[in-house]
Design a protein around this ligand. Structure first.
Ligand code: GLA
Length: 424
């Protein structure tokens, strides 16, 4: 395998010094984390916070690179989230302290400004900008931010930060109910698209706001209608973080978007009149096949991924509903193959991770999750087999990829929340 990856022979990497091998799987310590962020607030600001906002990261079961094609996605929220302990201020200053970065950032609500040095601050400022663009009158706040969603790993730490900050800013202004959930998700997406400058779809913000415990969410990314799909008790999730760099992610993501638009532009010209094609969502596999020769090969492949992936989402939902985990696993594998071969967003490390997962005992199926190019893969496994799957990943992946991974397990968790803290 290391030959395929073009990596010189070197000893297989082991766990970082001091780390237990295999690394224990995630045990969510919700109360401790809440306590930590509240204590940090006391240390950094005088007095107690009034509210705690929380918003989760996500893992997408299937439906990748379909959201910006008006298609379908099926994410679940993680039991990992971003928390914000906050207290309103009487002026229009927002003072924030990031616990993990150990950094301060303050700005005036009337003057948010992109900051090249403290990149995390742009999600906070962008959210304030976006909520004000939506016509809301915000107030300043003091806030401590803390999170345990792995950063830059395809688990939507940015969406979690945006949504947690949105909840915090709304609470500080006494506007908790001013935006309904879908509008809140859209405001968070706008912050990322227009302030941070990442042209993402709606999936990550949507699931972070609207997730429910023990459910996946089938989202129609055109109508923004959604359906809660009970997550079967016959299955569990294991997430393998390749820890491989995702340097290409931004530029290649935007390139894929452009390629899809190019496909749509051609199909609009060649499809029969009366058949409106606004996005790849409007094209069936049969129609795409019929027009294959009208499309450049590369564009055809990109379109084929999106069109078949939309179909796989529906088939996966049906299989989940009838408790057929073997079929769900199969669709996940096909999704990965399509992302690798047609959409070209996998990487040697992701392929090695998926292979290690598929070889593990009790694994129904596995695929890359999120934008790709690095980051994480997700496996659907038999409950009780999580540790065995993690062991198999730790045993196989470092040999193939020459990188030490991280493995997490999660149950589908709840969406964002805001809690008033007891002042007593
Ligand atoms: C990133 C984006 C999402 C989605 C996925 C790919 O996570 O933020 O909107 O496009 O990539 O499915």
């Amino acid at each position: 395998m290391s030959k395929d990856l073009n990596i010189p022979d070197s000893p297989t990497p082991g766990p970082p010094a001091g780390e237990i091998w295999p690394r224990p799987l995630e045990t969510p310590a919700a109360e401790t984390r809440t306590q930590n962020v509240i204590e940090a607030f006391h240390r950094h600001f005088d007095g107690a916070p009034t509210h705690l906002a929380a918003a989760p990261g996500r893992v997408n079961l299937i439906g990748e690179h379909t959201d910006y094609n008006d298609g379908f996605v099926l994410p679940v929220a993680l039991h990992r989230d971003i928390r914000v302990a906050l207290r309103p201020r009487d002026d229009d200053t927002v003072r924030t302290y990031s616990l993990e970065y150990g950094e301060w950032f303050a700005f005036k609500l009337s003057q948010p400004e992109f900051n090249r040095r403290l990149l995390w601050s742009n999600y906070v400022q962008g959210m304030a900008w976006s909520l004000q663009e939506a016509g809301l009158r915000l107030r300043g706040m003091d806030a401590v931010i803390s999170g345990n969603v792995p950063r830059g790993s395809g688990l939507s730490s940015s969406a979690a930060l945006e949504v947690a900050v949105a909840k915090a800013l709304l609470a500080a202004a006494g506007l908790d109910d001013a935006l309904e959930n879908v509008a809140l998700a859209k405001a968070a997406q706008r912050a990322e698209n227009q302030f941070v400058g990442v042209n993402c779809g709606i999936m990550d913000q949507f699931i972070s706001v609207l997730a429910q415990k023990s459910h996946a969410l089938l989202i129609d990314c055109r109508s923004l209608e959604y359906e809660l799909i009970p997550f079967p008790t016959k299955a569990a999730l294991v997430i393998g973080n390749t820890k491989a760099s995702r340097s290409l992610a931004g530029s290649a993501y935007n390139e894929r978007r452009r390629q899809c638009e190019e496909g749509v532009a051609i199909l609009q010209k060649v499809m029969p009149r009366g058949h409106e094609v606004r996005a790849l969502r409007d094209v069936s596999w049969e129609e795409l096949e019929a027009h294959q020769s009208d499309l450049p090969e590369l564009i055809y492949q990109r379109c084929r991924h999106v069109v078949t992936e939309n179909e796989r989402v529906h088939k996966t939902v049906a299989a989940l509903q009838r408790g057929d985990m073997v079929s769900v696993g199969l669709y996940m594998e096909r999704s990965h193959a399509s992302l690798r071969d047609d959409y070209a967003v996998s990487s040697p490390a992701l392929d090695a991770m998926v292979e290690a997962m598929l070889n593990a005992p009790g694994c129904f199926g596995a695929r890359l999750t999120g934008a790709g190019f690095g980051g994480c893969a997700v496996a659907l496994v038999q409950p009780g087999q999580e540790q065995a799957v993690a062991d198999a990943i730790y045993a196989q992946y470092p040999k193939s990829a020459q990188i030490w991974p991280e493995v997490y397990t999660t149950q589908p968790g709840p969406g964002a929340s805001i809690t008033r803290l007891d002042q007593g």
